[in-house]
Design a protein around this ligand. Structure first.
Ligand SMILES: C[S@@+](CC[C@H](N)C(=O)[O-])C[C@H]1O[C@@H](n2cnc3c(N)ncnc32)[C@H](O)[C@@H]1O
Length: 353
């Protein structure tokens, strides 16, 4: 199986390089309005942002920042196929402007923007981020009533483009082979994710972590899960706020095509430097899923409840009929650089080497 991956160092407020109905899934995380690390970027996109901030007009700044994101949201309805899904990871912001502290509800603003563009909101995910800060509470210590709740969650907002779900021909291999395990379904389709910095994350900690922190990168597991949940083999995933390219790394590991847009060329150079590691990552990720499934089966077996179907490609039982043709893939070669890649995938090798 071959997939292709494109990255454009371009402004995603104009996606005219993409044809109508050319992607099946959007997975992205925009710069969050009213989070200070993104003030300069929003000011570059619209100088009125800085004017508003300097004038202490926080509502005006919030609106002006969202107006820039909306130019991107405007394009998504056109490039996404009918029934295609858009997953937007966004967090709210807290900030003091002119001595007054408040929350800026980015998630509510993005939800409204998508709904008014003809997207149907689907149940969203609350991503509970781990925290270990003892001094995390803000406000007046232990005295009521002026302390503030700490924000330790972000959202993954999920939208369908239009009212109808996508159709596949009956028994379509590219859909059935992209099935996920029953117990993955139960974890992934839960509306609160507390386990994102889990097993797969350990596989993806690497030397680029400093860059990832500075760029507001999300953990690999976020786009990887979403891609497995909402796309089939053969589909194309778009990230209009590509950053360090986590979505593309996840799409490659999940054997889907991808396309990204990013203003900062340096991120693409860093992606090229790390591209040699993606093949091993894809194998580790596939094997971790399979091993986790085997542990699940073992626990069920011990409880006297062995799953009733056999997987066609792996020596393991599965719980549902739909999982039988599930087939994981690993990368065998990646060709290309500077935003244009061709990737060969082969079935996951399960023998140890
Ligand atoms: C929150 S970061 C995305 C991080 C990414 N998910 C990752 O894992 O690295 C947002 C990115 O969007 C980029 N960006 C913001 N506005 C953009 C625009 N109009 N066109 C293209 N890229 C944009 C920023 O440069 C930044 O890298």
């Amino acid at each position: 199986m071959e997939t292709t991956h494109r990255v454009f160092v371009e402004d995603s407020r104009d996606l005219s390089t993409l044809e109508d109905d050319s992607v099946e899934l959007v997975v992205t995380s925009p710069p969050y309005p009213m989070i200070e690390m993104w003030d300069d970027l929003f000011t570059r996109l619209d100088p009125a942002v800085e004017d508003a901030l300097e004038a202490g007009d926080d509502r005006g700044a919030f609106e002006a920042m969202h107006a820039q994101l909306e130019l991107v949201w405007d394009e998504l309805e056109r490039v996404l196929v009918p029934g295609g899904i858009a997953c937007i990871n966004v967090g709210d912001a807290t900030r003091s402007v002119d001595g007054s502290f408040r929350v800026y509800p980015n998630h509510a603003r993005v939800l409204e923007a998508f709904e008014s563009r003809g997207f149907d909101p689907l149940p969203d995910v609350l991503w509970r981020k781990p925290t270990n800060s003892a001094a995390k509470f803000m406000g007046s210590g232990t005295l009521p009533p002026n302390a503030y709740v700490t924000l330790e969650h972000e959202y993954v907002l999920v939208f369908r483009n239009g009212g109808e779900s996508r159709d596949f021909e009956p028994g379509a291999d590219r859909r059935y082979e992209a099935a996920y395990f029953w117990e993955e379904r139960n974890r992934w389709f839960s509306d609160v994710w507390t386990d994102v910095r889990g097993e797969l994350q350990d596989l993806t900690e690497d030397a680029t972590d400093d860059l990832r922190d500075r760029s507001g990168a999300y953990p690999f597991e976020i786009p990887y899960r979403l891609i497995c949940m909402y796309s089939a083999y053969g589909d194309t995933v778009l990230d209009p706020f590509w950053g360090t390219g986590t979505t593309t790394r996840a799409a490659i590991c999940a054997a889907r095509n991808s396309v990204g847009y990013e203003l900062e060329e340096a991120f693409l150079e860093a992606f090229d430097d790390g591209i040699g590691e993606i093949a091993a990552l894809s194998r580790s990720v596939g094997r971790a899923r399979l091993e986790r499934h085997r542990s699940f089966v073992e626990r069920r077996r011990e409880a006297g409840d062995v799953p009733g179907y056999d997987a066609e490609h792996y020596d393991t039982p599965v719980v549902t009929k739909m999982e039988r043709s599930l087939r994981l893939r690993e990368v065998s070669s990646i060709e290309g650089e500077s935003g244009r890649y061709r990737v060969e995938h082969e079935p996951l090798s399960v023998s140890s080497d």
